[in-house]
Design a protein around this ligand. Structure first.
Ligand code: DPP
Ligand code: ZN
Length: 880
């Protein structure tokens, strides 16, 4: 397969002004007729140019150009292109074709799953519906007529407003939808099925009433309330923070069970993976509730950042995704606890994006080449992209950033633009020069910032020396220094942040925090009037997506863990202290010695437990040890068994030593909320998170009392947050109580697919040695289907991505299993198959034996004669 390159970008030779689409849904064939009104693009030269359209899995039946039906000799049908005669002026083109959505298991374009037809057109799915210039810089006004059997498909939806409905012969009916906003084909959507609908409304700040509708499988209407409330909160927030109002009379969300992504922001008709819509306290955890709120917001926010202003080409994906993730993160921070939100976002970035940025599939936030664009919906484009936008926010300040957003919209509303256009608007609105900052879009790899300092008690100066280095990544052997904003404070011995004054400043203005911008390879900053014993608090709020190597002693970290006024800094200090201790334990195990947890970690945990000024949600984050994959990354070679054993031992010691503290906390929190689950306030969710953390430590201690409490809490009549908390705590135990609790959960929920996914993931995620056998057996479970991505992600992904110690079994059995599953899946759904290949790509991080077994598995995959380009791209890069 040939790569596509950013440098080859050329504007489209023809533009399309309007599309009239007729889709006749039928059991054998679906007939699609597209009438395109187009013209030559003045920006792409003049004179006649052939019309070239994209298409895939089409059965073309007729082409009519300006009223004349073309003979077959007048056009060429290639594997993925239709080439028509050269055209100079305006034209009207009619394409008639047939497709089979019922055979479309890739879930791209129009597909049928069960009794529902729906679409997923981003990135390049529209070409599976009809021949079309399927690229985001072609924006047209769409009118869509859908025809279907009325009894089986009573609900017919598409983007925009419904302008006509009516009956047809043979029990069929139709609906016509018109979307007045020009849009690229990737934002097209349609749905046909038998769906229940929940309706609400929202009055915009200028007084327009918008109808809100959520469509679900009949019977699930009662589980949409949270999504609806989240939508209304998102609409309000976007008005208040950015002045963005909704622009159509109706906003619809459809929840579907077979969906490759989380959700899709189609104009006026969002389509969601049902997992991110349906929730009630009996079936969804607090984490699910929060994810639903965040994703509903994300897709809604795309209406301005993505739909009204879209991407010129797919290399600019982060223009809309990084920005929209930043917006949804800020929304959630405003709705709940900012510190907790930041910690969980950073954890995700470090756990998934940092490894990507350090491995064979590393790419810049704005990639410059791809084979299959679906492989670039990555944590780098999304999460690192959001961090890049966040740095601009930090550099410009909230007001400057808002000015930049206003200018961005003023200049580009209705256009398809680039990341550079976004940065230029930020610059022009504020006068801040971001020319070097643009490197963040083009350079891959995570920079390491090194911080060393020295305090001179005589002069009361603290010299802070900062330097940066970014490792090479595929295709980018050398890197330039980038501007790195570092929010910095100095914490005095009494625990209070000190007023800061830089050398040469007459007066620091009393501020206790500075944004230092490290924009060279190295620099030294001097603070004056610094009393002895002050400890720097660096990279506060995680102000840049970098690795920080700072010269903190264990004592400094223990101090910051109790005293830093920045919540992220406080959490980070305890994480760093714990990481050092855990890595020392791994080292001991490697040397054949017993692993002993540094007592300072236990004491820091004890002090945090006793600090009743902390919000429960934050405390639960503070008391979570770094995960196995973070520890693995911190090592040159990820010794999976020793990492797992060290972490389990640390949890046991913390559970045992502080047992009385955990127990008192658990009792207090449970007494505060005996029924536990219906109160969805931030505070109540925080209390439940902390109670579950306490319970897990009690179980980890090995004491019977912990297990007894967890077994009681796991009873399946409880609310899902509590039940899942207990099951997670019990899940690794080789005890009959664990099996009984999981069996009871299964019996209670086996007919509820989304809850059954939780059970699949628990089974697949257990550290017990029989887990792989269990997973293989569950492939035959009646509730499992390889055609439904959520099932695949829960069971197969739950093992390969969620269970490092068993997936990386030294005998290679996990790798063989994954290779088999990837090949089976690739024939059905290449996009999901490519995702599932990911756990194999970082084989260099493991010892020689595992590395060889992983590359053997990759070779087995790549030698498949029918491999998709999706999986080919991942596997070939991994092996390069
Ligand atoms: N639906 C995906 C998202 O919102 C892709 N646009 O991020
Ligand atoms: Zn998005």
């Amino acid at each position: 397969p040939q790569p596509v390159r950013l440098q080859d970008y050329a504007p489209p030779p023809h533009l399309i002004d309007s599309v009239e689409l007729t889709v006749e849904l039928g059991d054998d064939w679906t007939k699609v007729t597209a009438i395109l009104s187009g013209r030559r693009n003045p920006a792409a030269g003049s004179g006649p140019a052939p019309i070239v359209l994209d298409g895939q899995d089409q059965q073309l039946q007729a082409v009519t150009l300006d009223g004349r039906r073309l003979a077959e000799s007048e056009y060429q049908v290639g594997a993925e292109k239709l080439t028509l005669p050269a055209v100079d002026g305006p034209f009207e083109l009619m394409i008639e074709g047939r497709i089979r959505p019922q055979d479309n298991t890739a879930l791209e374009g129009l597909y049928r799953s069960g009794g529902l037809y729906c679409t997923q057109c981003e990135a390049e799915g529209f070409r599976r519906i009809t021949y079309y210039p399927d690229r985001p810089d072609v924006m047209a006004v769409f009118t869509v007529r859908i025809e279907a059997d009325k009894e089986r498909f009573p609900v017919l939806l598409a983007n925009g407003n419904c302008v006509e409905t009516g009956e047809l012969p043979f029990g069929r009916h139709f609906a016509v939808w018109h979307d007045p906003f020009r849009k690229p084909a990737y934002l097209f959507a349609m749905v046909a099925g038998d769906l229940g609908c929940v309706e609400d409304s929202y009055v915009t700040r200028s007084g327009r009433e918008v109808t809100l509708r959520i469509y679900v499988d009949p019977g699930n209407e009662g589980r949409t309330g949270h999504a609806m409330e989240s939508l209304k909160r998102s609409m309000r927030w976007d008005e208040e923070v950015y002045g963005f109002e909704y622009d159509l009379d109706v906003f619809m969300i459809v929840a579907v069970s077979a969906f490759n992504m989380g959700a899709m922001e189609n104009k006026g008709l969002n389509i969601f993976n049902d997992k991110f819509i349906l929730a009630d306290p009996d079936t969804a955890t607090d984490g699910d509730f929060q994810r639903i709120e965040g994703i509903v917001a994300h897709e809604y926010f795309h209406n301005w950042t993505g739909n009204r202003i879209t991407c010129r080409d797919w290399f600019q994906l982060s223009l809309k995704e990084g920005l929209t993730v930043f917006r949804d993160q800020e929304f959630s921070a405003d709705m709940h606890d900012r510190g907790v939100k930041r910690v969980s976002d950073v954890r995700l970035l470090r756990t998934v994006q940092f490894p990507e940025d350090a491995g064979p599939t590393a790419h810049p936030v704005r990639p410059d080449t791809y084979i299959e664009i679906n492989n670039f919906y990555t944590v780098t484009v999304y999460e690192k992209g959001s961090e890049v936008v966040r740095m601009i926010h930090t550099l410009l300040g909230p007001d400057g950033f808002r000015k930049g957003m206003d200018l961005y919209v003023e200049r580009h509303d209705g256009q398809a633009v680039t990341c550079d256009d976004f940065v230029a608007a930020m610059e022009d609105a504020t006068g801040v020069d971001l020319s070097r900052f643009r490197l963040w879009y083009s350079q891959a790899g995570t920079p390491t910032v090194t911080a060393r300092w020295q305090h001179d008690p005589a002069t009361r100066r603290l010299d802070l020396t900062l330097s940066q280095a970014t490792p090479s990544t595929p295709g980018q052997p050398t890197k330039q220094p980038m501007p790195i904003p570092l929010r910095t404070a100095l914490i005095g011995r009494n625990g209070a942040p000190l007023p800061l004054r830089l050398d040469g400043e007459p007066d620091g203005g009393g501020a206790t925090e500075r944004v230092l911008v490290l924009d060279e390879a190295a620099t030294t900053v001097s603070f004056v009037d610094v009393p002895p014993g002050a400890v720097p608090s660096l990279l506060r709020g995680f102000s840049a997506p970098v690795k920080l190597d700072a010269a903190w002693s264990e004592e400094d970290l223990a101090f910051l863990a109790g005293a830093d006024d920045d919540p992220f800094g406080r959490w980070e200090a305890l994480q760093s202290l714990s990481t050092r201790a855990l890595l020392a334990m791994v080292g001991a195990l490697r040397a054949g010695k017993p692993a002993v947890l540094d007592q300072r970690v236990v004491e820091a945990f004890r002090a945090s437990l006793a600090d009743d000024r902390l919000e429960p949600a934050f405390l639960s984050e503070l008391l979570a040890l770094p995960g196995e994959s973070l520890l693995g990354q911190a090592l040159d070679v990820w010794h999976v068994d020793e990492v797992h054993a060290a972490r389990a031992e640390a949890r046991r010691v913390i559970g045992e030593t502080l047992f009385d503290g955990w127990s008192a906390l658990y009792e207090r929190l449970s007494a505060a909320e005996p029924a536990g689950g219906a109160d969805l306030s931030t505070a109540a969710m925080g209390r439940r998170a902390l109670a579950n953390a306490a319970l897990a430590y009690m179980v980890a201690s090995g004491r019977e009392e912990g297990i007894r409490l967890a077994v009681a809490q796991a009873r399946p009549d409880g609310t899902m947050t509590r039940v899942m908390g207990a099951l997670v705590a019990l899940n690794d135990l080789e005890r009959p109580e664990r099996d009984a609790a999981l069996a009871a959960f299964h019996d209670r929920w086996q007919n509820d697919p989304l809850v059954l996914d939780k059970w699949f993931a628990l089974k697949a995620g257990s550290a017990r040695t029989d887990t792989l056998d269990q997973v293989k057996g569950l492939l035959e479970h009646p509730g499992f289907s390889i055609r439904i991505p959520n099932r695949v992600r829960a069971l197969i992904g739950g093992f390969t991505a969620g269970n490092p110690v068993r997936f990386h079994a030294a005998d290679g059995s996990g790798y063989d299993f994954l290779a088999e599953q990837v090949l089976a899946l690739d024939a059905i759904n290449p996009q999901v198959a490519a995702r599932m290949t990911q756990p194999l790509v970082r084989w260099r991080k493991f010892d020689a034996g595992r590395g060889k077994a992983m590359t053997d598995a990759l070779r087995r995959i790549i030698h498949s004669p029918t491999l998709s380009k999706d999986v080919y791209e991942i596997a070939s890069k991994a092996l390069a």
